[in-house]
Design a protein around this ligand. Sequence first.
Ligand SMILES: [Zn+2]
Length: 266
Amino acid sequence: MNDYEIDELAGAVAGLVGGAIPVDLARIAAEERIELMEGEFGADFHGRIEYLPDEGIFAIYHPSASGEIFPGRIRFTIAHELGHYFIPDHRDLLLKYLVHDSAEDFRPNRAVERQADRFAAALLLPAKTLQARMGRKGFMALKEIRTLAGDCGTSLQAAAFRYSQFTTEPHLAIISEDRRILYYFASEEAEALGFGGLGNRLIPDGSPTDCAFRSQGRDIEEGETNTELWFSERYRRADLWEESVHLGYAGRVLTLLSWQDTRSDD
Ligand SMILES: [Zn+2]
């Protein structure tokens, strides 16, 4: 399945339970006769789906909510395992090997884990919801993405990355830790403009992202920036709008970069 087919499939699964947010994962599991098994499985455990041939049912094992594990992450884990159930190729593998353990670094089977993540994001943050919230202006600000994450029961990072996949605007979502860029998602339009890769390893000095690191608060820092400050290889210069917020854990900041001149309301 390609990414768009996975998005369609996830949208159809969200539709099975009415498409309302937060998407009712327990009800999806119940309707498919999937057992949800909560427990303490250790720090390295991320999720598992298993086919129980004697009962003829699937079981999903996921961590229980505790101080260290955010509810948004548990929902993402369950949605990811549901991806292995609903994506036909993954289900075939499960029926053959009976069990699949998910890993955070995705090394064992990168393509399969990436597809399940794509499914999870599209299930938890349905296309219909994104479209409705983007409205006629056609984009979302960080503040709106934060509200979306809360309403959909996901992490802010998951909502920002989903938005990057979804938007038709040039846009990047960046996670940095202690001022180092850890990873990022570029929208298709950003890639088409030649801005798919940052190149730089560090965030710009004095930028809103730098302010978010200094303040460590939950306020959104924002301001004008440009491609010369953020990208090591520059194609044509473009003015950007930068929005940043401290994620409140592991010294991490989320940054959104949007192209100013494509926005109709500025
Ligand atoms: Zn997995």
